[in-house]
Design a protein. Structure first.
Length: 251
């Protein structure tokens, strides 16, 4: 069962499924498919095979076909997927047909880098406001935006219709900032602080901890070193082989 969406900014009309209840792992992979599809479109290709898209996205083709089947997209035998249509379908499901306004709290080294990054706009997001509690930071202009004091958060969030907040503060301040964001009506938070946040039901939090990701990679390095040190080099007592692996958060 599919419904028609009005023509998008390119003027095409795309059949998209009713918003499906997707597995979290599938949701985590959809942005990778979208990124790969945009690159394929920019290369001048109108269609792509499941194998070609899977390779470009870094997953196996069976997993890709299962993910896309949740969207009601099965491709055409011998032809593959219509690139423009699939872009429309994924953008619709991810809610990227409207540009989301984002508030960034904390403009230290990491926050400053995030505020200056120009790639968010092409992905459907707009950094609408910057905040910090440090008076020395307030008034600084980053990428055309003036840093405001955190006390202005509620007023600005209402004026800019902000639903997503990014926390780039030290861990000690992150919970207080999360409380302020929730009080201001923000219902989705991306947390770069190395801590666990407590939020009410209905508020979604995604955590990005670079140290944890490095520790996971350290495990793989440690395992490879241990396996290659064994006689024969490739098989330990648990049967694991010292082969290359690629892990993706959310899979």
């Amino acid at each position: 069962m599919s419904q028609q969406r009005p023509p998008g900014p390119t003027g095409r009309s795309a059949g998209v499924p009713a918003l499906p209840d997707l597995p979290e792992a599938t949701v985590a992979r959809l942005p990778e498919y979208l990124r790969a599809l945009h690159h394929i479109a920019e290369a001048g290709n109108d269609t792509v095979s499941s194998e070609g898209l899977a390779t470009a996205a870094g997953v196996n083709s069976a997993k890709l076909r299962k993910d896309l089947s949740h969207l009601g997209s099965y491709g055409t035998r011998g032809v593959g997927y219509d690139v423009a249509l699939l872009i429309d379908q994924i953008e619709y499901v991810l809610g990227l047909t409207q540009r989301r306004s984002v508030a960034l709290v904390g403009v230290g080294n990491l926050g400053h880098a995030l505020a200056g990054y120009g790639g968010f706009a092409s992905r459907g997001f707009r950094i609408a406001a910057l905040f910090d509690a440090n008076p020395a930071r307030v008034g600084e202009v980053i990428n055309g935006l003036t840093v405001r004091h955190i006390s202005e958060l509620a007023e600005v969030a209402a004026a800019e219709s902000i639903a997503i907040g990014v926390i780039a503060t030290p861990a000690s301040a992150a919970q207080s900032v999360a409380d302020d964001l929730v009080a201001a009506g923000v219902t989705s938070i991306l947390n770069f602080a190395p801590c666990v946040l407590s939020v009410p039901e209905g508020v979604d939090v995604r955590k990005v901890d670079l140290a944890i990701e490095l520790q996971i990679l350290s495990f793989h390095e440690h395992r490879k070193s241990a396996l290659t040190a064994l006689p024969g080099g490739f098989a330990g007592p648990n049967g694991l082989g010292a082969t290359g692996t690629e892990e993706a958060v959310g899979t």
